[in-house]
Structures are given as C-alpha cells and as structure tokens.
Ligand binder design. Structure first.
Ligand code: UDP
Length: 359
C-alpha cells in the first residue's frame, strides 16, 4: 500500500504543540514501514521524523499554523489564515498522491474533512479529539453519511462524542516499545505529563501533591503561561518541579522512576498517550474515569480509575498504589498497544476503504 499522511497543522513534528498526534504519527509510520508499505509524510517545515520512521519520504510545507480547536469557543467559525499551512499541506498531499492508494489525514480540521467529498483519491481521517467544534462535528456528520468507513477513533468513549456514529471504527493507538524501558521504582516521586493547558487539569494533581507535601514532577510544553502560574501559586513553594518538554528517550527515563502517574484531564481525552507511556515503563496510573484513559487502565491491575474531578478519590487510590504489580503495566502495553498491533489495525481499516473506493 502507498499511503500519503497529512500531519497536524498546529505545529511542526517535534515541537510538542501537536500533542499526542506527533508520537502517534511516528509510531504508525514505523509500523507501516516494518510491514513493507510505502509512506509519504506531508508536514510543516522543521518537522523531524523519529529515527525508526525516517525511511518515509517527508515533504515540507511552509505557512501559518492553525489555532487548535480545543482552545477556541465551541461555536467558533472556521478560520483559514493567509498563507495557510493546512491548505498548503492538502495541496501538497494531493499533488504527490497521483500514484498513492490513499491519503491519511491526522489534522483535526474542517478543510481536509470537506475534501473527502471533493477529490477522487480516498481520504481517511484519524479523529484525534472528542467533539471540540460545532462546525467540524456537523461536517463529520455530513461526510459520515456518505463515507461511514472513512473515520477512525482512538477509543469508544471518544467516538461517543459524535452521537451520529453508529458503530465506530476504533483503532486504539501504538507505541514503539523498544523506546520504553521497564523500571521497578516503587518509592519514586509522583509524576504528571501533558500539555500545560486548562483541558489537562494539572491543578488537581497539584492539589494532591500539595496535600501530601510531596513534589510533583511535571513534564510537557507550557501552552498557557497564566494557567501554569495560577497553579504554582495555589501550592506551597517547591511542590511543582517543572521539567519542560523532553524527547521520548529522555522523558521515559525520568518517567520510569515515578511511583505513579496522575492523569487528571477535564475533557473527553481521545486516548491519552501519556498513560500508556507510563505503563510501558512500569508506572501505574491513577486517572479520572473519563475519556480514553478509562478504556486503557485496568482498575486494580494497572492503576486506578478515580471519580472524575474528585481529588479526594485520587488521594485515596494513591494510598493503594504499591499494591499494583508494575510488570502487569508493561505487559498490558505489550499485549495491546505496540506500534505493530496499531499498524495492523490501521492497515485493515485503510484496505477496506481502498476496496470500497474501487468497487
Ligand atoms: N510529550 C513529550 N515530552 C514531554 C511531555 C509530553 O514528548 O516532555 C508527549 C507525549 O509523549 C505524548 C504527548 O506529548 O505523546 C501528549 O499526548 P496526549 O495524548 O497525552 O495528549 P494531547 O496533547 O494529545 O492532548
């Protein structure tokens, strides 16, 4: 199969601005190449493919980035800036897809979804967020009625945000397991990983660390400075240790030393890459029982699912965290979320669309 991937128009690959999509794209490309498929990646200028996926051909596009939908009002109109990066990436993808079988779109935006109705080559969409925009959800509904198989979701609970989807195609996610080393550190610090932005709910994890008088190590790009400052002010001095945005290799080394990862999103997290990355290092996760993490964590075996937004519930589960066998955490990832398993699901899904398009 020859696949042309369109990356996220929010930031270049390696910037951290694209969130989990950046890692997902890298591990999918790796899995597809290992299976012998040909992959072209259309991505913003300065993007870097991870080493295991650098046999894919990368096509750079320059232009003005899109604003992420989760940081806009639900009823905002679609905006396309002058010199749009997104439209440039779509133009490039169409131009190089003459001999390809399919375009696979990673960008959560209106234009590539609308294109599904208007070009001959099939376009498949990995929907990376819950419903964050009225105009996009309505467009997905319209396109879905004609092409129901062209959309895939990371989790069932994410797909439920789109009530018109009858029987969602759920592909989970994939991770290059060699990049994560198991560590047996039951006495390490508490950790939190994610974009520091309101939908990620860092304040609840900070509350827990503060109540225990313990350090909370925070890894990730600070997208909202005033939000970060407000959380810092709500804690005693030196509770939060800002570690910044690290490459996977460095992140996993440090993350693996944690005794638990706290995952406290306020939105319907589509999947929650950081949850699986922690498990891959043997770190159990305490997360709110909402969104993707609620389908990933095996309550009582690989971590705990706390009552959403209930910080006392997080604190209670933390007391039992050492009962979790860290090896089971790693094992879950090996059996459910390797890049190979993920690529197989994606290939099966794309093959179905290609067959349909030919018939
Ligand atoms: N991440 C990273 N380095 C860091 C912190 C985070 O590479 O220091 C990556 C992490 O590997 C994950 C992504 O940021 O792939 C966050 O993805 P997630 O699905 O958890 O949330 P999203 O940002 O997509 O909402």
């Amino acid at each position: 199969m020859h696949i042309v991937l369109i990356s996220t128009p929010i930031g270049f690959l390696g910037s951290g601005k694209g969130g989990g999509v950046e890692l997902t794209l890298g591990s999918l490309v790796t899995g597809l190449l290992e299976k012998g498929h040909t992959v072209d990646v259309v991505a913003p200028k300065n993007s870097k493919l991870i080493q295991t996926s650098n046999k894919a051909k990368i096509h750079y596009v320059e232009g003005t980035e899109q604003k992420s939908w989760q940081h806009q009002d639900y009823y905002s109109l679609v905006t396309i800036p002058d010199n749009s990066l997104l439209s440039g990436m779509i133009e490039k993808a169409i131009a190089i897809s003459k001999k390809a079988d399919i375009i696979l779109n990673f960008s959560y935006d209106w234009l590539p979804i609308w294109m599904t109705l208007n070009i001959n080559i099939p376009i498949a969409h990995i929907i990376s967020m819950g419903s964050e925009s009225s105009v996009i959800s309505n467009l997905i509904s319209k396109v879905y009625s004609k092409y129901p198989n062209n959309f895939a979701f990371h989790s069932k609970i994410q797909a439920e945000d789109y009530p018109f989807i009858d029987d969602p195609i759920v592909i989970g996610n994939g991770f290059i397991l060699d990049n994560y080393v198991f560590q047996d550190c039951k006495n390490g610090p508490l950790g939190w990983v994610g974009r520091v932005a309101p939908e990620k709910g860092l304040e609840d994890a900070a509350y827990v660390a503060n109540a225990l008088g313990e350090k909370l190590k925070v890894w990730g790009i600070i997208q909202d400075q005033s939000y970060a400052l407000k959380i810092e002010k709500s804690c005693s001095a030196e509770i939060l240790e800002w570690k910044g945005f690290l490459k996977t290799e460095e992140l996993q080394k440090e993350l693996g030393t944690c005794r638990a990862l706290l995952n406290t999103p306020k939105w319907n997290e589509a999947y929650g890459n950081v949850v699986v990355e922690a498990l891959a290092c043997g770190v159990p996760v305490i997360a709110y029982k909402r969104g993707g993490p609620s389908e990933i964590i095996d309550h009582g075996r690989t971590g705990y699912l706390a009552i959403p937004d209930d910080k006392e519930s997080l604190l209670r589960y933390l007391k039992s965290i050492n009962k979790i066998d860290r090896k089971l955490c790693r094992e879950w990832v090996e059996n459910n979320a390797s890049s190979n398993i993920f690529a197989s699901k994606v290939v099966k899904w794309l093959s179905m669309i290609i067959r349909e398009n030919k018939s």
